[in-house]
Ligand binder design. Structure first.
Ligand code: ATP
Length: 511
C-alpha cells in the first residue's frame, strides 16, 4: 500500500475513533460511500459553513442568501439540461465485473505519467545538487518532453471524444493505452455507455397520479428559478450574487476516496449575476477571490492550484477548478464556472415567464450572465482533515496524533480540565466553563490523568487546554496549553476570553 493510501486509511479510522465521521447504517454493515457526521464532525462542518457564509454573504453587501427546497418541479431539470446531458461515461471490466468512470480511468493514467515526471525531477535534483534548475530540466530533457507530449495527446483525445460523444473511441483509447483494471489486471473492457447521474423518484400517493421527481444534483437551479424573487425583494442591482448551502445528490458510478466522492453531499454555491459582456472580468475576480479565501486558512499555498477546463460543460464559456493536494493527488475542491445566460434563458423559455433585469445604468432589459463558485462542503472538510492530521514523535520515545485544524474551524475551542476531582478544583473549573461557553464551544473533562486528557484533546484538535490546579484556588490563575506547540503559560482567568478570541475569531482570518 502506498504511503498516501496509508495516510487516508489512518485519517478514516481517526475520524471514526474520535467522533468525526461514522459509516452510515453501520449496524447493518454500512451503505457504501455514505457517511454520518459525528459530534465533532458536525461542529467542523458548521464552522466551515459559517466561515464561507460570513465571507461570501455577510461581508459582501451585494450577495444575499437563499435556502431553496431540494425537491423542484421536474421541468427545472429539463430546462437546465440535466435530463439530457448530465451523464458520465461508464465502462465495466468483464473479468472483475468492476465498474469505472471511463474519463477517470484516463485521468488516473495521466496522473501516473505526472508522477513519473516528478520522480525524474527528484532523481535529477539529487544528481545535480544545488545547480539543479527544475524549469530548464523540464523544458529540455528528452524523456520528460516525450511524457508531456503523451499527456497532451491523451488529454486532447479524451476532450474531443467526450464533447463529440464518440464513446467507441474512448474505449479504443483505453485499449490503446493498455489501461488495466486495478482489480483483475486485465484489459478486457465492455463498451463505454452513458449513465445519467440524477436520482429519480415519484411524488404522490397513487401510481397513476404520481409524477416524476429528481433529487437535485446541484443547488444552483434553486437560485436560478428564484432570481427575480430575490432581486425584487432585496432590491439588488446587478452585479449581485445569491448564495446557498445545501444537499445535492448524484448517482456516482463509483463513489470512493472516503467523503471525496459521495452520492449524497453538500455544496456551498454562489451565483453572481452580471451584465452580458462583463463576465470574463468577473470570472477573473472570483477566481482570485476564491483562491485568497482558501489561502486565508493558512493550510499552505502550495497545496492549491488552478486547473483550467478544456472540455466545457454544456452551459459554460469558461471554467476552472481549484484543486487541493489530497493524499491521492491534486483533485477538484471547488469549481468556478462562467455559466453565460444559459440557465436563466432556458428557464425563461420552458416556463414562458420573463426572467429579465432592467438595468438603469444602460436603460436596457437583459437576461444576466452568471459566474458560479461551487465548493463541495465535504471535500473542504476532507482537505482540512488531510492538512491537519499529524503524527509527531516527542521526547522520551513518546508520540502523539494531533489534528492541527485552523483554530477558527476547530470543533472545540477549549477544554476545561481540573487537575484533580477534589480541593475545589471541579467547582472552579465549572465557573470558568460557565464563563467561556457562551463565546466558545468548550468541553469539561475530569476523567483520566492530565497527560491522557491532553492527548485526547490533541487528537480532537482542540486549540487550548485550560488546567485548573491548586494555585488557581489561591490566585485565580490557570495554565493554558497550546495544541500545536504544547507550550503552557500561566494566565489570569479574566484574560482567557481575549486570549482564545484572538486565536479563533473569524476577523483574524478574513480581515
Ligand atoms: P467531479 O469532476 O469531481 O465529478 P464535478 O466537476 O462534477 O466534480 P461540479 O459539478 O463542479 O463537480 O460540483 C461543484 C462541487 O461540488 C465540486 O467542486 C465538488 O467539490 C463538489 N462535488 C461534486 N460532486 C461531488 C460528490 N460526488 N461528492 C462530494 N462532493 C462533490
Amino acid at each position: 500500500m502506498t504511503n498516501e493510501n496509508q495516510l487516508l486509511k489512518k485519517i478514516i479510522s481517526h475520524c471514526k475513533e474520535y467522533g468525526y465521521i461514522f459509516p452510515s447504517s453501520e449496524i447493518y454493515d454500512g451503505l457504501s460511500a455514505t457517511y454520518d457526521y459525528g459530534p465533532y464532525g458536525v461542529e467542523l462542518k458548521n464552522n466551515i459553513k459559517q466561515y464561507w457564509w460570513k465571507s461570501m454573504v455577510q461581508l459582501n453587501e451585494n450577495i444575499v442568501g437563499l435556502d431553496s427546497a431540494i425537491f423542484m418541479h421536474s421541468n427545472t431539470w429539463k430546462a437546465s439540461g440535466h435530463v439530457d446531458a448530465f451523464n458520465d461515461p461508464l465502462i465495466d471490466n468483464k473479468d472483475s465485473k468492476k465498474r469505472y468512470r471511463a474519463d477517470i480511468l484516463i485521468d488516473e493514467f495521466i496522473s501516473k505519467i505526472e508522477e513519473k515526471i516528478e520522480k525524474d525531477c527528484t532523481k535529477a535534483s539529487k544528481r545535480y545538487g544545488k545547480t539543479f534548475d527544475k524549469e530548464k530540466f523540464i523544458s529540455t530533457n528528452k524523456r520528460i518532453l516525450e511524457r508531456y507530449k503523451k499527456i497532451k495527446y491523451i488529454q486532447d483525445s479524451i476532450n474531443l471524444f467526450i464533447s463529440t460523444k464518440k464513446f467507441d473511441k474512448i474505449k479504443t483509447l483505453i485499449e490503446e493505452l493498455k489501461i488495466k483494471c486495478p482489480v483483475s489486471g486485465t484489459c478486457n473492457w465492455t463498451d463505454v455507455r452513458q449513465f445519467n447521474l440524477m436520482f429519480k423518484t415519484k411524488v404522490g400517493a397513487t401510481e397513476q397520479g404520481a409524477s416524476d421527481l429528481y433529487l437535485r444534483p446541484e443547488t444552483a437551479q434553486g437560485i436560478f428559478v428564484n432570481f427575480l424573487n430575490v432581486q425584487k425583494t432585496t432590491r439588488m442591482k446587478i452585479p449581485f450574487g445569491i448564495a446557498q448551502i445545501g444537499k445535492a445528490f448524484r448517482n456516482e458510478i463509483i463513489a470512493r476516496q472516503f467523503i471525496f466522492r459521495m452520492r449524497e453531499f453538500e455544496q456551498m454555491e454562489m451565483q453572481f449575476f452580471v451584465q452580458p459582456g462583463s463576465e470574463m472580468k468577473w470570472y477573473e475576480y472570483w477566481k482570485n477571490s476564491r483562491m485568497n479565501w482558501h489561502n486565508s486558512l493558512n493550510m499552505g499555498e502550495k497545496n492549491y492550484r488552478f486547473h483550467e477546463h478544456e472540455n466545457l460543460a454544456h452551459y459554460a464559456n469558461a471554467a476552472l477548478d481549484i484543486e487541493f493536494k489530497y493524499p491521492f493527488g491534486f483533485k477538484e475542491l471547488e469549481g468556478i464556472h462562467s455559466r453565460t445566460d444559459f440557465d436563466l434563458k432556458a428557464h425563461q423559455e420552458l416556463s414562458t415567464k420573463k426572467i429579465q433585469y432592467f438595468d438603469p445604468t444602460i436603460n436596457e432589459s437583459y437576461v444576466p450572465y452568471v459566474i458560479e463558485t461551487s465548493i463541495g462542503l465535504d471535500r473542504m472538510f476532507l482537505s482540512v482533515l488531510c492538512h491537519s492530521f499529524t503524527e509527531e514523535k516527542l521526547l522520551h520515545g513518546e508520540s502523539r496524533v494531533v489534528l492541527k485544524i485552523p483554530p477558527v474551524l476547530a470543533p472545540l475551542k477549549a477544554a476545561i480540565l481540573p487537575l484533580t476531582k477534589k480541593d475545589g478544583m471541579p467547582e472552579k473549573a465549572r465557573e470558568i466553563m460557565a464563563q467561556l461557553q457562551y463565546n466558545f464551544n468548550c468541553v469539561y473533562e475530569e476523567k483520566d490523568s492530565i497527560g491522557k486528557r491532553y492527548r485526547r484533546q490533541d487528537a480532537i484538535g482542540t486549540p487550548f487546554c485550560i488546567t485548573i490546579d491548586h494555585q488557581t484556588i489561591e490566585d485565580n490563575t490557570v495554565t493554558i496549553r497550546e495544541r500545536d506547540s504544547m507550550l503552557q503559560n500561566r494566565i489570569s482567568i479574566e484574560k482567557l476570553n481575549s486570549k482564545i478570541m484572538k486565536a479563533v475569531s473569524i476577523n483574524n482570518y478574513l480581515c
